[in-house]
Design a protein around this ligand. Structure first.
Ligand SMILES: CC(C)(COP(=O)(O)OP(=O)(O)OC[C@H]1O[C@@H](n2cnc3c(N)ncnc32)[C@H](O)[C@@H]1OP(=O)(O)O)[C@@H](O)C(=O)NCCC(=O)NCCS
Length: 197
């Protein structure tokens, strides 16, 4: 009789390390995003992008927009990032965030730890407003963003088309700064990373 390999137990959550992404993480990040693109409506990407492609995006954006990973025992479990919302100057103090956790590691507090660290960094950098655009049918992600204290600002119907149907998005927002203060210059990720925990 053929020997069967028992399913691997996920690492205990206290062994999960949250840190800034490095170049060598992008095979793992691309694998997580490929699964999401091919099998889910969590992302509006339809075609997977390569690790090199994602690494190039990271290289270009990482000075001001943090990319974080969750890792345990050398395995990449999840990542979260902030990205520019829109290119126009007046949006400079706003970012869009997202998180992706490999299916085997979901519902163990990994994304919450990633967002806690991400929001701490973004606050120290001087960003004012965090947005998340969540597919309306993506109930886990809706619950997660609400659990993170984000407020549903509205929704846009039928803005994407994937798997033979139109999809809507919900817009979530969170203020992370005193909006009565005039916004200051945005600091680089490396200038604040040590302070963020
Ligand atoms: C949404 C997602 C990032 C959440 O990651 P996670 O690590 O599983 O979330 P956490 O374990 O940190 O959950 C934190 C809280 O969010 C809520 N939540 C997360 N997943 C949930 C689910 N499937 N159902 C209901 N609530 C959920 C809960 O309130 C949870 O707290 P609790 O476990 O104490 O009840 C994860 O499901 C995922 O990667 N989904 C696929 C990609 C995706 O949709 N990304 C969002 C794109 S914007």
């Amino acid at each position: 009789m053929a020997a069967t390999t028992p399913p691997q137990a996920p690492p205990p959550s206290d062994s999960v390390v949250i840190r800034l992404a490095r170049g060598e993480d992008f095979e793992g990040i691309a694998a997580i995003l490929a699964q999401a693109a091919l099998e889910t409506t969590a992302t509006f990407n339809i075609h997977p992008r390569s690790a090199d492609d994602w690494r190039t995006v990271w290289e270009r954006t990482r000075p001001f927009h943090p990319w974080l990973v969750a890792e345990a025992g050398g395995e990449l479990l999840a990542f979260a990032r902030a990205a520019a919302f829109r290119p126009h100057d007046a949006y400079a103090w706003t970012v869009e965030v997202s998180a992706y956790v490999a299916p085997a590691h979901q519902r163990r507090g990994v994304a919450r730890r990633l967002y806690d660290r991400l929001f701490a960094l973004l606050h120290l950098q001087g960003f004012h407003r965090v947005l998340a655009l969540v597919t309306t049918e993506n109930a886990p992600a809706i619950a997660f963003h609400e659990r993170m204290g984000m407020r549903r600002a509205g929704h846009i119907d039928r803005i994407g088309y994937k798997f033979d149907r139109f999809l809507g998005i919900a817009v979530y927002e969170l203020g992370i700064q005193d909006d009565h203060q005039k916004p200051g210059p945005i600091l680089q990720v490396d200038q604040v990373a040590d302070e963020s925990g």
